[in-house]
Ligand binder design. Structure first.
Ligand code: C2E
Ligand code: MG
Ligand code: MG
Ligand code: MG
Length: 278
């Protein structure tokens, strides 16, 4: 009886795995034509200056609008695209589209803001990454100071001369760099500083904890304070309510992002006239 039970369990487990690898194969196959079929879209989420209440940046967040799979969130296809290398062309499309959009907002007469673009560690390790960024800025006419690249802490596990050289060249180009989801990896802020990052984005999980436990408050406050001592600015991710916002303001957090200020939306659905009047 025990044996049969175990066998059954094994069967269930393996069917789940089969399903997962089948999904993965579909995603991998469909991704090949996603860009040429114009199935990718960028959503933009506001980042707000917590002192003035002014809009200071927008983060570009990719969505995949597939005719059968529906609106696929990035967590379902970015990891696959990183494994297959497809992230390189997807990432180039994201950069180009985001810079084009930011330039368009400026040309429409809105006060200039930064566009924040998520960059995969795989992209940043490409030999020609800096060249690609430079070419995109030239093609789109966007000034480098309005572009910020977000990378996760995992980049710091890649301790190569190429990476150091690329980060240095990006800095010389005038692009700013931020560390995304800070606190979820194992790096220290002082280590980050050596790599000349300008900003730290505190991961949403800590902001969530602000309202629920005391540790969340202590951790968030100390990240902000240490980042400031190291001359980095701080953005808090995932602000959903006024209690979190008030706490972050009291701790001198520089900027905030989250559903409290606005959800990610396609460019045409943003009412920038109201956003800029605030
Ligand atoms: P991320 O860069 O940390 O982006 C923030 C994520 O938090 C977004 O999820 C956003 O929709 C969500 N979010 C923002 N405010 C709130 C809030 O108040 N509450 C909650 N619960 N969530 C909030 P999204 O758009 O699903 O993106 C997930 C991740 O996928 C991103 O995390 C980023 O790591 C990755 N990603 C998105 N777009 C790109 C891209 O173009 N390239 C690369 N390489 N990765 C991307
Ligand atoms: Mg991000
Ligand atoms: Mg993040
Ligand atoms: Mg995140």
């Amino acid at each position: 009886y025990t044996k049969k039970y175990k066998t059954n369990q094994y069967t269930v487990y393996s069917e789940e795995l089969d399903q997962q690898s089948a999904d993965r194969l579909v995603i991998e196959r469909e991704l090949k034509s996603a860009i040429t079929k114009q199935e990718m879209v960028l959503y933009y989420q506001p980042i707000t200056d917590l002192k003035s209440g002014q809009l200071s940046a927008m983060e570009a967040l990719i969505r995949w609008n597939h005719p059968e799979l529906g609106l696929v969130p990035p967590d379902r296809f970015i990891p696959v695209s990183e494994e297959t290398g497809q992230i390189v062309s997807i990432g180039r499309w994201v950069l180009h589209t985001a810079c084009t959009q930011n330039k368009a907002w400026q040309d429409q007469g809105y006060p200039p803001i930064k566009i924040c673009v998520n960059i995969s560690t795989i992209q940043l390790q490409q030999l020609n990454f800096v060249q690609t960024v430079k070419a995109i800025l030239e093609e789109t006419g966007l000034n480098a100071k309005w572009l910020e690249l977000e990378v996760t802490e995992s980049i710091l596990l890649v301790d190569t001369d190429l990476l150091k050289c690329s980060l240095q060249s990006l800095k010389e180009l005038g692009v700013s760099m931020s560390i995304d989801d800070f606190g979820t990896g194992y790096t220290s802020l002082s280590y980050l500083r050596q790599f000349s990052f300008d900003r730290v984005k505190i991961d949403r999980s800590f902001v969530e904890d602000i309202s629920t436990d005391l540790n969340g408050k202590a951790i968030t406050a100390s990240i902000i304070s240490l980042a400031h001592q190291l001359n980095m600015t701080v953005v808090a991710e995932g602000i959903e309510d006024i209690a979190q916002l008030t706490f972050l303001q009291c701790q001198q957090c520089d900027e905030g992002q989250g559903y409290y200020f606005g959800r990610p939306l396609p460019a045409e659905l943003h009412d920038l006239n109201t956003r800029f009047k605030k």
